[in-house]
Design a protein around this ligand. Structure first.
Ligand SMILES: Cc1cc2nc3c(=O)[nH]c(=O)nc-3n(C[C@H](O)[C@H](O)[C@H](O)COP(=O)(O)OP(=O)(O)OC[C@H]3O[C@@H](n4cnc5c(N)ncnc54)[C@H](O)[C@@H]3O)c2cc1C
Length: 416
């Protein structure tokens, strides 16, 4: 093994992003992944019930996700995405039977806020000053403590955005994190908000090309390699234990731990890391004769699902902050969600077609003020041990963008 080798533990997007960057910088990289495939919480697989490949969950990227877009460019995967040419977010309020589109104007000056037909229905220009309140909120404040929960903008923008982007209900979610996210997305204008969809699947767009890029630079990705322990010697990690003898970590070599928060804390008990999590439930319906456009999505207010995504052959829904759904009978859940889909699109498929419910109990950490305080930076007290993962202190919620940012930051730290 060459000196300067970086041992990346975990082939989720954080680990892959770090490995790609390090490979490009000329470092020898070995990625060790516990599972038989890469991608972690962002992956595609063949589902036997549906008889087709599906993503573990719907993932929305937007043009202004700067780290994610840089990663896509670095792994040469831009052509695997379907990009839209405008920022348009369609919603239906199932309780009030009302529909609207949020259509931010392209530039940074938010002219759209002056135009009622581009804003959230039922909201006024001055309602959007909430964004400033969120950005300036104390670190301990939740969204519900910061904005007026009696106004339409709360039910139709802040609460759904908290659930969608922070995977946390607005009465628990950090106001400041929401403010920062809003500034970094809506605050940069519509040009930063064009939705982008993987044409085939998450793995084809974000995972397989990354592995190819790592290989192209001489790196390795080893599967079925679960790290069971780290042996430290003074201020450095000296060996990795995969259960079949130790892998020595030489002087000048680095370990970049890009596993989930609970695993990181098991491996390094003194680490501070988020320890409360929030579920996401996805429902997938096989619909071969999908009417209307492919690659489309719709926000639901007042439904069991929060979002409906149309893809070729599949209708998928997402319900975030979904702990309340974990114990529900899957058949009953699929029926309730399919009812939402029918009401939203008027498709007229009374019994649900072939369906699959996917529940991710610990989909992301809960973005509460308390949990945010537990997020560590990329460095540890061991000089050759770096951390990455959507749960580290990226300034972003647990998202693709956050995971990739963390990987880039940890790679930068390893290169120093
Ligand atoms: C259902 C669902 C829907 C989502 N929707 C969105 C969305 O719309 N938009 C968005 O931006 N984000 C979304 N997310 C969040 C996004 O998927 C995650 O933030 C991101 O994938 C996390 O990447 P990561 O690399 O930090 O962690 P992970 O993907 O969890 O990667 C960690 C990796 O480490 C491996 N590992 C664990 N233990 C060990 C060990 N001991 N040794 C070796 N390897 C180990 C794991 O197998 C895994 O591959 C969603 C997540 C879920 C679950």
């Amino acid at each position: 093994m060459k000196s300067g080798t970086v041992h990346v533990i975990g082939a989720g997007l954080a680990g892959l992003a770090a490995a790609v960057r390090l490979g490009q910088a000329g470092r020898e990289v070995i990625v060790y992944e516990a599972a038989g495939q890469a991608g972690g919480r962002c992956r595609s697989y063949f589902d036997e019930t549906l008889g087709c490949r599906i993503d573990n969950g719907n993932h929305l990227l937007v043009s202004g996700n700067t780290a994610a877009m840089a990663y896509v460019a670095e792994i040469g995967a831009a052509a695997t995405f379907e990009a839209t040419d405008r920022a348009e977010y369609n919603f239906v309020d199932l309780e009030k039977d009302e529909r609207w589109s949020v259509r931010p104007t392209e530039g940074r000056v938010p002219w759209w806020l002056f135009l009622p037909h581009r804003r959230v229905a039922g909201t006024a220009f001055f309602d959007y000053f909430d964004a400033m309140r969120l950005m300036q909120a104390p670190a301990t404040a939740t969204i519900a403590q910061t904005v007026n929960t009696g106004r339409a903008i709360y039910r139709r923008l802040w609460a759904p955005l908290a659930v969608a982007a922070l995977n946390t209900d607005a009465d628990l979610a950090s106001a400041r994190l929401m403010g920062a996210l809003f500034a970094d997305t809506f605050g940069r204008g519509g040009a930063a908000l064009h939705p982008i969809f993987p044409k085939e699947g998450l793995s084809e767009s974000l995972v397989a090309p990354a592995i190819a890029a790592i290989h192209a630079k001489g790196g390795e990705v080893r599967f079925a390699q679960r790290l069971r322990g780290l042996r430290c010697d003074g201020d450095r990690v000296a060996a990795l234990d995969f259960g079949r003898g130790e892998v020595a970590v030489g002087e000048g070599e680095t370990v970049l731990l890009a596993v989930t928060a609970p695993v990181a804390q098991d491996l390094v008990p003194e680490l501070s890391a988020p320890n409360a999590f929030s579920a996401i439930v996805n429902a997938h319906f096989r619909v071969d004769d999908l009417p209307g456009p492919t690659y489309n999505f719709l926000g639901l207010i007042g439904g069991t699902a929060d979002w409906i995504f149309l893809k070729p052959g599949i209708i998928s829904t997402t319900t975030s902050a979904a702990d309340r759904l974990l114990d529900r009978d899957p058949e009953e859940l699929a029926t309730a969600i399919w009812r939402d889909v029918n009401r939203a699109y008027g498709f007229g498929h009374p019994p649900p077609p072939a369906w699959r419910i996917v529940r991710e109990k610990r989909a992301t950490f809960a973005a509460t003020p308390d949990q945010l305080r537990r997020r560590p930076g990329p460095r540890t007290r061991w000089r050759n041990l770096m951390l990455a993962g959507d749960w580290t202190d990226t300034g972003w919620p647990a998202t693709i963008e956050g995971a990739i940012r963390s990987g880039f930051v940890a790679a930068g730290a390893a290169l120093k």
